[in-house]
Design a protein around this ligand. Structure first.
Ligand code: ADP
Ligand code: MG
Length: 274
Protein backbone atom coordinates (compact mmCIF):
# COMPACT_ATOMS: atom_id res chain seq x y z
CA UNK A 1 0.00 0.00 0.00
CA UNK A 2 1.02 3.61 -0.56
CA UNK A 3 3.09 5.24 2.20
CA UNK A 4 2.18 8.80 3.03
CA UNK A 5 2.99 11.26 5.79
CA UNK A 6 -0.17 12.24 7.61
CA UNK A 7 -0.57 15.93 8.52
CA UNK A 8 0.75 16.90 11.94
CA UNK A 9 -2.19 19.17 12.67
CA UNK A 10 -5.83 18.74 11.67
CA UNK A 11 -6.61 19.89 8.13
CA UNK A 12 -10.16 21.22 7.80
CA UNK A 13 -11.57 21.20 4.27
CA UNK A 14 -14.97 22.34 3.17
CA UNK A 15 -16.35 20.81 -0.01
CA UNK A 16 -18.23 23.61 -1.69
CA UNK A 17 -19.83 24.61 -4.96
CA UNK A 18 -23.18 26.37 -5.07
CA UNK A 19 -24.21 24.22 -8.00
CA UNK A 20 -26.06 21.06 -7.07
CA UNK A 21 -25.23 17.67 -8.54
CA UNK A 22 -21.57 18.40 -9.30
CA UNK A 23 -20.20 15.66 -7.04
CA UNK A 24 -19.70 17.49 -3.74
CA UNK A 25 -21.11 14.77 -1.52
CA UNK A 26 -19.67 11.94 -3.61
CA UNK A 27 -16.23 13.55 -3.43
CA UNK A 28 -16.51 14.37 0.28
CA UNK A 29 -17.33 10.80 1.34
CA UNK A 30 -15.05 9.02 -1.10
CA UNK A 31 -12.03 11.20 -0.40
CA UNK A 32 -12.78 10.73 3.31
CA UNK A 33 -12.97 6.94 2.94
CA UNK A 34 -9.81 6.85 0.85
CA UNK A 35 -7.94 9.00 3.39
CA UNK A 36 -9.12 6.63 6.14
CA UNK A 37 -7.74 3.73 4.07
CA UNK A 38 -4.38 5.52 4.06
CA UNK A 39 -4.45 5.40 7.87
CA UNK A 40 -5.77 8.90 8.55
CA UNK A 41 -8.45 9.58 11.17
CA UNK A 42 -11.19 11.34 9.27
CA UNK A 43 -14.33 13.13 10.41
CA UNK A 44 -17.02 14.07 7.90
CA UNK A 45 -19.41 16.81 8.95
CA UNK A 46 -22.66 16.59 7.02
CA UNK A 47 -23.91 20.14 6.66
CA UNK A 48 -26.49 19.41 3.95
CA UNK A 49 -30.09 18.93 5.19
CA UNK A 50 -30.46 16.19 2.57
CA UNK A 51 -28.07 14.05 4.59
CA UNK A 52 -26.58 12.30 1.56
CA UNK A 53 -23.12 12.12 3.12
CA UNK A 54 -24.55 10.47 6.25
CA UNK A 55 -26.35 7.93 4.05
CA UNK A 56 -23.25 7.14 1.99
CA UNK A 57 -21.22 6.59 5.15
CA UNK A 58 -23.82 4.18 6.53
CA UNK A 59 -24.63 6.43 9.48
CA UNK A 60 -28.23 6.65 10.79
CA UNK A 61 -29.73 10.12 10.43
CA UNK A 62 -33.46 9.90 11.05
CA UNK A 63 -35.14 12.88 12.69
CA UNK A 64 -34.61 11.51 16.23
CA UNK A 65 -30.83 11.18 15.86
CA UNK A 66 -28.67 13.88 17.52
CA UNK A 67 -27.11 15.81 14.66
CA UNK A 68 -25.24 18.84 13.45
CA UNK A 69 -28.51 20.73 13.91
CA UNK A 70 -28.24 20.29 17.69
CA UNK A 71 -24.62 21.45 17.55
CA UNK A 72 -25.41 24.62 15.59
CA UNK A 73 -28.66 25.61 17.25
CA UNK A 74 -28.59 24.12 20.76
CA UNK A 75 -24.82 24.12 21.34
CA UNK A 76 -24.56 20.36 21.80
CA UNK A 77 -20.91 19.28 21.99
CA UNK A 78 -19.86 17.91 18.60
CA UNK A 79 -18.47 14.78 20.31
CA UNK A 80 -22.02 13.84 21.33
CA UNK A 81 -23.33 13.62 17.78
CA UNK A 82 -20.36 11.97 16.05
CA UNK A 83 -20.94 8.37 14.96
CA UNK A 84 -18.50 5.79 13.61
CA UNK A 85 -18.96 4.77 9.99
CA UNK A 86 -19.25 0.97 9.74
CA UNK A 87 -16.91 1.21 6.76
CA UNK A 88 -13.65 1.86 8.60
CA UNK A 89 -12.30 2.09 12.15
CA UNK A 90 -10.98 5.59 11.61
CA UNK A 91 -13.87 7.09 9.68
CA UNK A 92 -16.51 9.14 11.53
CA UNK A 93 -19.50 11.28 10.66
CA UNK A 94 -21.44 14.04 12.37
CA UNK A 95 -24.77 13.40 10.65
CA UNK A 96 -27.31 15.82 9.29
CA UNK A 97 -31.03 15.34 9.85
CA UNK A 98 -34.04 16.93 8.24
CA UNK A 99 -34.05 19.48 11.11
CA UNK A 100 -31.05 21.13 9.49
CA UNK A 101 -33.36 22.43 6.76
CA UNK A 102 -34.74 24.90 9.32
CA UNK A 103 -31.33 25.89 10.64
CA UNK A 104 -30.60 28.25 7.76
CA UNK A 105 -33.50 30.44 8.97
CA UNK A 106 -33.08 29.79 12.70
CA UNK A 107 -29.43 30.81 12.58
CA UNK A 108 -30.33 34.29 11.34
CA UNK A 109 -31.45 35.40 14.80
CA UNK A 110 -28.67 33.64 16.73
CA UNK A 111 -25.66 35.21 18.42
CA UNK A 112 -22.37 34.62 16.55
CA UNK A 113 -24.37 32.97 13.81
CA UNK A 114 -21.42 32.68 11.40
CA UNK A 115 -19.08 31.15 14.02
CA UNK A 116 -21.21 28.38 15.49
CA UNK A 117 -19.52 25.49 13.69
CA UNK A 118 -16.07 26.94 14.21
CA UNK A 119 -16.61 27.25 17.96
CA UNK A 120 -17.95 23.69 18.12
CA UNK A 121 -14.93 22.38 16.20
CA UNK A 122 -12.45 24.29 18.36
CA UNK A 123 -14.05 22.93 21.53
CA UNK A 124 -14.06 19.43 20.08
CA UNK A 125 -10.42 19.55 18.97
CA UNK A 126 -9.39 20.89 22.38
CA UNK A 127 -11.23 18.06 24.15
CA UNK A 128 -10.04 14.93 22.27
CA UNK A 129 -6.69 13.16 22.53
CA UNK A 130 -6.81 11.54 19.13
CA UNK A 131 -7.57 14.46 16.88
CA UNK A 132 -8.67 13.74 13.33
CA UNK A 133 -6.03 14.26 10.66
CA UNK A 134 -8.78 15.52 8.36
CA UNK A 135 -12.16 17.11 8.89
CA UNK A 136 -14.21 17.25 5.70
CA UNK A 137 -17.37 19.34 5.63
CA UNK A 138 -20.03 18.54 3.03
CA UNK A 139 -21.91 21.73 2.14
CA UNK A 140 -25.37 22.30 0.71
CA UNK A 141 -25.60 23.81 -2.80
CA UNK A 142 -26.07 27.41 -1.70
CA UNK A 143 -24.07 30.22 -0.16
CA UNK A 144 -26.33 30.61 2.87
CA UNK A 145 -25.48 30.56 6.58
CA UNK A 146 -24.70 26.83 6.66
CA UNK A 147 -22.04 27.26 3.99
CA UNK A 148 -20.80 30.46 5.68
CA UNK A 149 -20.41 28.44 8.91
CA UNK A 150 -18.34 25.92 6.97
CA UNK A 151 -16.19 28.67 5.41
CA UNK A 152 -15.62 30.24 8.81
CA UNK A 153 -14.61 26.90 10.35
CA UNK A 154 -12.36 25.62 7.56
CA UNK A 155 -8.87 26.43 6.33
CA UNK A 156 -9.27 24.97 2.88
CA UNK A 157 -11.96 25.07 0.22
CA UNK A 158 -12.22 21.93 -1.92
CA UNK A 159 -14.19 22.55 -5.12
CA UNK A 160 -15.47 19.65 -7.21
CA UNK A 161 -16.15 20.70 -10.79
CA UNK A 162 -18.25 18.67 -13.14
CA UNK A 163 -16.69 18.52 -16.61
CA UNK A 164 -19.63 19.83 -18.57
CA UNK A 165 -20.93 22.95 -20.24
CA UNK A 166 -21.47 25.83 -17.76
CA UNK A 167 -18.98 24.23 -15.37
CA UNK A 168 -17.24 27.54 -14.81
CA UNK A 169 -20.43 29.50 -14.51
CA UNK A 170 -20.94 30.48 -10.91
CA UNK A 171 -17.33 29.75 -10.06
CA UNK A 172 -16.46 33.44 -9.90
CA UNK A 173 -19.36 33.93 -7.49
CA UNK A 174 -17.98 31.16 -5.29
CA UNK A 175 -14.47 32.66 -5.42
CA UNK A 176 -15.96 36.06 -4.57
CA UNK A 177 -17.65 34.57 -1.52
CA UNK A 178 -14.37 32.96 -0.43
CA UNK A 179 -12.65 36.35 -0.72
CA UNK A 180 -15.37 38.04 1.28
CA UNK A 181 -15.12 35.42 4.05
CA UNK A 182 -11.33 35.76 3.98
CA UNK A 183 -11.62 39.50 4.51
CA UNK A 184 -14.33 39.57 7.15
CA UNK A 185 -14.53 36.25 8.96
CA UNK A 186 -11.62 33.88 8.31
CA UNK A 187 -8.28 35.10 6.92
CA UNK A 188 -6.97 31.50 6.69
CA UNK A 189 -9.56 30.41 4.14
CA UNK A 190 -8.23 29.61 0.67
CA UNK A 191 -9.05 27.38 -2.27
CA UNK A 192 -6.53 24.55 -1.89
CA UNK A 193 -8.02 21.82 -4.04
CA UNK A 194 -10.07 21.50 -7.22
CA UNK A 195 -11.19 18.08 -8.41
CA UNK A 196 -12.62 17.39 -11.86
CA UNK A 197 -15.51 14.95 -11.52
CA UNK A 198 -17.79 12.89 -13.76
CA UNK A 199 -15.17 13.11 -16.46
CA UNK A 200 -15.94 11.44 -19.76
CA UNK A 201 -12.69 11.52 -21.72
CA UNK A 202 -14.45 10.51 -24.93
CA UNK A 203 -16.10 13.90 -25.28
CA UNK A 204 -14.25 16.96 -26.54
CA UNK A 205 -16.32 19.09 -24.20
CA UNK A 206 -14.99 17.35 -21.08
CA UNK A 207 -11.43 17.75 -22.37
CA UNK A 208 -12.01 21.44 -23.09
CA UNK A 209 -13.52 22.11 -19.65
CA UNK A 210 -10.64 20.28 -17.98
CA UNK A 211 -8.08 22.30 -19.96
CA UNK A 212 -9.78 25.56 -19.17
CA UNK A 213 -9.99 24.84 -15.43
CA UNK A 214 -6.33 23.77 -15.38
CA UNK A 215 -5.24 26.92 -17.19
CA UNK A 216 -6.93 29.11 -14.55
CA UNK A 217 -6.07 27.05 -11.45
CA UNK A 218 -2.82 25.23 -12.23
CA UNK A 219 -1.84 25.03 -8.54
CA UNK A 220 -5.13 23.79 -7.19
CA UNK A 221 -6.39 21.25 -9.73
CA UNK A 222 -5.48 17.68 -8.85
CA UNK A 223 -3.85 15.61 -11.61
CA UNK A 224 -6.38 12.87 -10.88
CA UNK A 225 -9.78 13.19 -12.53
CA UNK A 226 -12.81 11.20 -11.39
CA UNK A 227 -14.37 9.28 -14.29
CA UNK A 228 -18.10 9.06 -14.78
CA UNK A 229 -18.99 5.56 -13.59
CA UNK A 230 -22.18 3.74 -12.66
CA UNK A 231 -20.43 2.07 -9.71
CA UNK A 232 -19.88 5.49 -8.13
CA UNK A 233 -23.56 6.36 -8.33
CA UNK A 234 -24.71 2.91 -7.15
CA UNK A 235 -22.65 2.83 -3.96
CA UNK A 236 -24.82 5.17 -1.80
CA UNK A 237 -27.87 2.95 -2.17
CA UNK A 238 -25.85 0.29 -0.32
CA UNK A 239 -24.92 2.80 2.38
CA UNK A 240 -21.34 2.69 1.19
CA UNK A 241 -18.70 4.74 -0.54
CA UNK A 242 -17.45 3.33 -3.85
CA UNK A 243 -14.08 2.88 -2.16
CA UNK A 244 -15.68 0.17 0.00
CA UNK A 245 -18.42 -0.97 -2.38
CA UNK A 246 -16.16 -1.78 -5.33
CA UNK A 247 -12.52 -1.09 -4.44
CA UNK A 248 -11.21 -2.18 -7.87
CA UNK A 249 -13.59 0.00 -9.89
CA UNK A 250 -12.23 2.97 -11.83
CA UNK A 251 -14.03 5.41 -9.53
CA UNK A 252 -12.58 3.89 -6.35
CA UNK A 253 -9.08 3.85 -7.83
CA UNK A 254 -9.42 7.50 -8.87
CA UNK A 255 -10.66 8.60 -5.44
CA UNK A 256 -7.75 6.77 -3.78
CA UNK A 257 -5.32 8.57 -6.10
CA UNK A 258 -7.00 11.90 -5.33
CA UNK A 259 -6.62 11.20 -1.60
CA UNK A 260 -2.90 10.53 -2.00
CA UNK A 261 -2.50 13.85 -3.82
CA UNK A 262 -4.41 15.62 -1.07
CA UNK A 263 -2.25 14.11 1.69
CA UNK A 264 0.90 15.04 -0.21
CA UNK A 265 -0.22 18.67 -0.10
CA UNK A 266 -0.07 18.56 3.70
CA UNK A 267 3.46 19.86 4.06
CA UNK A 268 2.68 22.76 1.76
CA UNK A 269 -0.57 23.51 3.56
CA UNK A 270 1.26 23.60 6.90
CA UNK A 271 3.83 26.02 5.42
CA UNK A 272 1.03 28.20 4.12
CA UNK A 273 -0.41 28.50 7.57
CA UNK A 274 2.89 29.17 9.35
P1 ADP B 1 -23.76 17.26 -5.02
O1 ADP B 1 -23.42 16.84 -3.63
O2 ADP B 1 -22.81 18.28 -5.58
O3 ADP B 1 -25.18 17.67 -5.17
P2 ADP B 1 -23.56 14.43 -5.66
O4 ADP B 1 -22.23 14.01 -5.13
O5 ADP B 1 -24.75 14.09 -4.84
O6 ADP B 1 -23.54 15.99 -5.99
O7 ADP B 1 -23.69 13.83 -7.12
C1 ADP B 1 -24.84 14.08 -7.92
C2 ADP B 1 -25.25 12.80 -8.63
O8 ADP B 1 -24.24 12.38 -9.51
C3 ADP B 1 -25.49 11.65 -7.65
O9 ADP B 1 -26.56 10.89 -8.12
C4 ADP B 1 -24.19 10.86 -7.72
O10 ADP B 1 -24.39 9.48 -7.43
C5 ADP B 1 -23.80 11.07 -9.18
N1 ADP B 1 -22.34 11.00 -9.35
C6 ADP B 1 -21.40 11.69 -8.68
N2 ADP B 1 -20.17 11.40 -9.12
C7 ADP B 1 -20.32 10.49 -10.12
C8 ADP B 1 -19.41 9.79 -10.99
N3 ADP B 1 -18.09 9.97 -10.92
N4 ADP B 1 -19.94 8.94 -11.89
C9 ADP B 1 -21.30 8.76 -11.97
N5 ADP B 1 -22.18 9.38 -11.20
C10 ADP B 1 -21.72 10.24 -10.28
MG1 MG C 1 -24.56 16.96 -1.87
Amino acid sequence: STKVDLPVSTRILTVSNQKGGVGKTTSAVNVAAALANLGARVLVIDLDPQGNASTALGVPHTADVPSVYDVLIDEFPLAEVIQPSPESDNLFCAPSTIHLAGAEIELVSQVAREHRLRTALEEYLASVDEKPHFIIIDCPPSLGLLTINAFTAADEVFIPIQCEYYALEGLSQLLGSVQMIQKHLNPRLHVSTILLTMYDGRTRLAQQVAEEVRSHFAEQVLDTVIPRSVRVSEAPSFGQTVVAYDPQSAGAIAYREAAVEIVRKSAREAEGRA
